[in-house]
Design a protein around this ligand. Sequence first.
Ligand code: FAD
Ligand code: DHB
Length: 409
Amino acid sequence: MHPTKSTHTQVARTPIAGTQVAIVGAGPAGLFLSHLLHRQGIESIILEHRSREEIEGTIRAGVLEQWVVDLMNGMGLGDRMMREAHFHSGITLRFDRRSHHIDMAELTGGKRVTVYAQHEVIRDLVSSRLEDGGTILFGVSDVQFLDLDGKAPRVRFRRGPDGPVEELRCDFVAGCDGFHGPSRQAIPTATRNEYQMVYPFGWLGILTEAPPSHPELIYANHERGFALLSTRSPEVQRLYIQVDPKDDIANWSDDRIWSELHRRLEDDSGWTLTEGPIFQKGIIAMRSFVCDPMQHGRLFIAGDAAHIVPPTGAKGLNLAVADVLVLSRALTAYYRSGTTEGLDGYSATCLRRIWKAERFSWYMTTMLHRNERESPFEQRVHLAELDYLVQSRAAMTALAENYVGLPME
Ligand code: FAD
Ligand code: DHB
């Protein structure tokens, strides 16, 4: 492979006929990648299926690892986050009606838990990329990949559902299109290994107009199932309860949700949960999933397109950013000196971190949820794990190191 500074625009049918890196998907992976490449003078165009309003309004993750916060600040993207995010020194684990504070900052040399909603990150990244002159095409459909094995791959698409078919020529394709997007399927099945575990529970998440009930996140293991108290702003709180993933949200009245939250979250200290009107609610299923390799020819997949974690460890968004940081470094080295070492090693480098995050997310999930398919013996082992954890500085440090984010290689 040789670096080719893109000159496609000079011969293009339309102004967007060519770029260096075609990015499919404007989630955290695609947007961070576009910013990171722009800072290195590498052109990209993002093709996004949904509208700007939709991507900026979808409620998802909430917790940023410390290095992601540092990265956003280092890129000049952190002003609103530093004003509006919530910075906590740790989390509370609650089980057997007792509460235990895990002081992550003290255990990790100052790394904190940052609560800043994913859609706020998306808003910051979209507006700044557009201000920089970046191109994000919203509402595209029928994305197809051509010549991924050659030196000049192309991405075919339509603008809107009915626009004419257009072709974007590029040097590389970054598949940042989430779990259900087409890019992973473009890796031939003969070379694609997929590892998966589906959990027999899901999360019912709500947003409520209420003041914070507690100064930090509470993760609760209760005999009725897991519950999580998180926050969004001084006026809006985010809470989750473990439910059957096949359950219908229509079965969950606001009263039923509050009753379950009270029962699962209360402890013996007299602490109370503050209620408010619920203005958003939904159920998500939970799975662990890894695709190996994450590349094929000139296609590189990143984020949820390549892997899924259950949300308990708050790793999904952070892993997506880690992938594209690795990819941006590899592409930068390629365009600077022609070396393909970073690109060739992309999957292996990413997967080392991904498997550690998969392990941590699985560990947090199995330890904190009630799984009716497990034997009473296995359920007691999880409680012993929690009991050990809160008494052992070594165990708490291991949890804290993983939660605030392992160092980037
Ligand atoms: P995504 O955010 O999924 O972005 C992919 C983008 O690609 C989307 O905008 C999509 O519209 C676009 N796209 C898809 N197909 C196409 C196509 N054919 N053409 C063009 N564009 C396409 N993580 C946590 O840590 N905590 C949570 O509480 C949490 N809650 C979640 C709730 C839900 C419902 C989901 C789905 C995920 C949740 N996650 C959570 C995970 C976290 O949000 C993801 O890990 C993160 O969004 C991954 O970013 P991404 O950029 O890889 O993918
Ligand atoms: C949130 C989501 C998580 O998955 C988590 O572990 C902690 C907080 C949240 O949405 O605030």
